[in-house]
Design a protein around this ligand. Structure first.
Ligand code: HEC
Ligand code: HEC
Ligand code: HEC
Ligand code: HEC
Ligand code: HEC
Length: 236
């Protein structure tokens, strides 16, 4: 039987295929390495909500304070998403006689149907969680808010978001970067929910010094104040 000889160009083809396969392996490795870093996994995560609730409208345009709805941020570890009754303050629907209140905003809007249903049945609206730390990490809102750390440091400009997304990595290094040197990122308590507040110029030593003194005074801190970096602070 005649032996079959591959034409000589096949040699080159084999080399090319080999290079291609090699490149694919490297590419795949990179995608895997970067794609699975905890810090890149969640940024931009923005689940669809059962009601198209807009922070840009309510917190931005209408200038409602975050604490009107997230009323526990200053007192508790959890910020808590508001109960349906909070929405009903403005968005009540029709009563048993089909009458809508004079003051109700969008009383028959289909977008608000799940809210009216929830109010009628007592079942909470099924809001989808946006931020979710691993269970082995302890976090506490009140500890931050009462030490002059604004929502914007960890959640970005929520007052401009139509649909909330995760704006920061919330990785361990993100937390520690601030804990090692928190003072430049602290602000007066009165500005905690003012996400547009502009802090001191980080490149102006005189302004930074004044800021640090102001923070020490307002919060009664020692000059060398840092937040804890002990493992047990966050892993208990
Ligand atoms: C009128 C009520 C209301 C106001 C005011 C409001 N929120 Fe919300 N917020 C909600 C509701 C409802 C949700 C759950 C649905 C969603 O994620 O959009 C929510 C969700 C969030 C989430 C995501 C929570 C999660 O699941 O991880 C963050 C962060 C947040 N709000 C921050 C803020 C900040 C910061 C402000 C002030 C600038 C603010 N909110 C003002 C009602 C409000
Ligand atoms: C203080 C009053 C107030 C509260 C409380 C409030 N809203 Fe609103 N909301 C408004 C106003 C005012 C508008 C309409 C703005 C416009 O149409 O220009 C609106 C509009 C909306 C719309 C758009 C409706 C449509 O058909 O376009 C949705 C959805 C909505 N709100 C959801 C909610 C939810 C969910 C809550 C509770 C977490 C809530 N709102 C709490 C005042 C409020
Ligand atoms: C130092 C960072 C930080 C600051 C400051 C902060 N948050 Fe959060 N927020 C988080 C983290 C982290 C989570 C996720 C918590 C978890 O998974 O246990 C979260 C979750 C939330 C949630 C979902 C409910 C919950 O408690 O899990 C809401 C609502 C919220 N934040 C609103 C706010 C508001 C409003 C402010 C400002 C008044 C604020 N946050 C300030 C880091 C922060
Ligand atoms: C922008 C600055 C900043 C960021 C970002 C930040 N923290 Fe903090 N954290 C602080 C400050 C300031 C304190 C208060 C320290 C004090 O009072 O001694 C604090 C305190 C704490 C405490 C102590 C609470 C208590 O009960 O004593 C925990 C736990 C904590 N942070 C966890 C976290 C975690 C987890 C993250 C990341 C998801 C984070 N922090 C991100 C500034 C920050
Ligand atoms: C200020 C809060 C904070 C402190 C202090 C802290 N961690 Fe973490 N740690 C976190 C957060 C946030 C994560 C990431 C959780 C996630 O990915 O959801 C994390 C994750 C981890 C992980 C999982 C692997 C990883 O890198 O994602 C290990 C292990 C860990 N920490 C060990 C430590 C040790 C050891 C210390 C003390 C030297 C420490 N942590 C101090 C907040 C903290």
């Amino acid at each position: 039987m005649d032996r079959f000889y591959f034409p000589s160009w096949v040699n080159r083809l084999v080399i090319l295929l080999g290079l291609g396969a090699g490149a694919l392996v490297v590419y795949g490795g990179l995608v895997y390495a970067y794609g699975t870093l905890p810090s890149t996994l969640n940024i931009g995560y923005s689940p669809e909500q059962p009601v198209p609730f807009s922070h840009a409208l309510h917190a931005g345009q209408l200038k409602m304070d975050c604490r009107y709805c997230h009323s526990t941020v200053e007192k508790a570890g959890h910020a808590a998403v508001p109960a349906t009754s909070t929405c009903i303050n403005c968005h009540s629907g029709a009563d048993a006689n089909g009458q809508t209140q004079y003051t109700a905003v969008h009383p028959v809007s289909p977008k608000l149907l799940p809210v009216r249903e929830s109010y009628r049945t007592g079942e909470p609206v099924h809001w989808q969680r946006v931020h979710d730390l691993a269970d082995y990490v302890y976090f506490n809102h009140a500890a931050h808010v009462n030490r002059g750390v604004s929502c914007v440091e960890c959640h970005g400009r929520v007052d401009r978001m139509e649909q909330v997304w995760q704006d920061k990595s919330l990785s361990m290094s993100f937390c520690l970067d601030c804990h090692r040197n928190p003072v430049p990122r602290m602000r007066p308590k009165s500005e905690i929910t003012n996400l547009a507040w502009i802090g001191p110029d980080l490149n102006d030593p005189e302004a930074m010094k004044q800021h640090a003194e102001k923070m020490q005074q307002e919060y009664g801190l020692p000059e060398d104040f840092t937040a804890s970096t002990n493992c047990s602070t966050c892993h208990r």
